[in-house]
Design a protein around this ligand. Structure first.
Ligand code: ATP
Ligand code: MG
Ligand code: MG
Length: 350
């Protein structure tokens, strides 16, 4: 089979690798100099994410390139496209890695984010607070994940602390959304434009980190599924996206409020490994390799994915012994507070 190059050596790339191996592909991983290796990969290239020469050397060893996270420089990825197929493309990467770009892109397609304003300086933060009001959330435009790079403002008095907390911009200020639930839409799109879209997962966060994803989602979310999934489909189409794409939403009284997107497989889709007929990882591989996409129906009545954060993973013996619980451990050498060490998915079959 062909060799798939994956940029990034975290758990998402590892799970893409497991799915790819099952379909007969070889995996070559581009891993950061100081980061972990991916133990599923047949080969590694080491280098910085903005090192064009190292990336070109990596690309010469593979038949196509994908990536497992969006915090990589877009210019060298665009340069790689001259050399080898890259899915999703640098267009998807550029839009989804920047909160201003993704919000504008989605607004142009009829999506509704929370009220927001760009904030380039401390003075602009005051102007944004006057325009948006409080409570609000200040977020760096790039490099945020697991709630890092964010600060909440209960009142304008919090402006100094919030600005200090996120560093020195660029940022956006976003109105705080009084949501009843959070949910995500995950789809996979083929080069020929075929799309499969999973049922929405209802996501609960703890300390800014995803805690659980549940499918089917409750009725309030189900009522917003059609509109949210249609928007996600339009975004994928407009990007010419190939592979998995994720959109996160708040379920508010006036319909789905767009939060952010990720041009990749997503933590809120881990339930699909056992809970759907084809996992998000397999459908990502199928899409980027130009194969027919697999069905996304649930395999049971309900699937609940729970992240194992930090020392949660110490409970693995009990989880392994629990009937119906599917345990995944990511093989990380070092346990740290707030670090995703694994997850468990419970599928209710009857
Ligand atoms: P991820 O790990 O999903 O990439 P992230 O660091 O990019 O997360 P967001 O998804 O923007 O950050 O925010 C993290 C969480 O903080 C959200 O899932 C939600 O629970 C809360 N949050 C963020 N923005 C808002 C908002 N405008 N109103 C209410 N809650 C919010
Ligand atoms: Mg994010
Ligand atoms: Mg998020």
């Amino acid at each position: 089979g062909a060799t798939i190059g994956i940029i990034g050596s975290g758990q998402l790339g590892r799970m893409i690798g497991v799915a790819a191996a099952q379909l007969g592909y070889r995996i070559h991983v581009y891993a950061p100099d100081s980061g972990p290796a991916n133990d599923v990969a047949a080969a590694h290239t080491r280098g910085a994410y903005d090192d064009g020469a190292a990336l070109a050397q990596f690309a010469a060893e593979v038949d196509l390139v994908t990536y497992e996270f969006e915090n990589i420089a877009a210019e060298p990825i665009a340069a790689l496209e001259e050399q080898v197929p890259v899915h999703p493309s640098s267009t998807s990467l550029r839009v989804a890695q920047d909160r201003i770009a993704e919000k504008r892109f989605v607004e142009d397609l009829g999506g509704r984010p929370a009220r927001w304003a760009p904030v380039g300086s401390r003075a602009e933060l005051d102007a944004a607070i006057a325009a948006i009001g409080c409570p609000a959330v200040l977020k760096t435009t790039r490099f945020g994940y697991d709630g890092k790079g964010q600060a909440r403002l209960a009142s304008p008095d919090d402006a100094d602390a919030a600005w200090a907390a996120i560093g020195d911009g660029p940022a956006i200020l976003e109105a705080f959304v009084p949501f009843s639930h959070e949910f995500s839409i995950i789809l996979a799109r083929s080069p020929d434009g075929t799309v499969v879209s999973y049922p929405p997962a209802c996501n609960v966060h703890k300390d800014g980190i995803l805690d659980t994803s549940t499918v089917p989602a409750p009725a309030e979310v189900a009522a917003q599924w059609t509109e949210a999934a249609a928007l996600a489909g339009r975004v994928a189409e407009a990007l010419g996206h190939v592979g998995v794409l994720t959109l996160e939403f708040f379920c508010g009284p006036e319909g789905p409020v767009f939060n952010e997107m990720a041009p990749r497989v997503h933590n809120s889709g881990h339930w699909t490994i056992e809970g759907a007929e084809t996992s998000q990882f397999e459908n990502h591989v199928r899409a980027i390799c130009g194969l027919p996409l697999g069905p996304v129906r649930l395999t049971g009545r309900e699937a609940v994915m729970t992240n194992l954060i930090g020392e949660d993973a110490d409970a693995w013996p009990e989880l392994m012994a629990e009937p119906g619980a599917h345990l995944h451990l990511y093989g990380k050498r070092e346990v740290r507070a707030g670090r995703k060490m694994g997850h468990v998915t419970r599928v209710v079959r009857d």
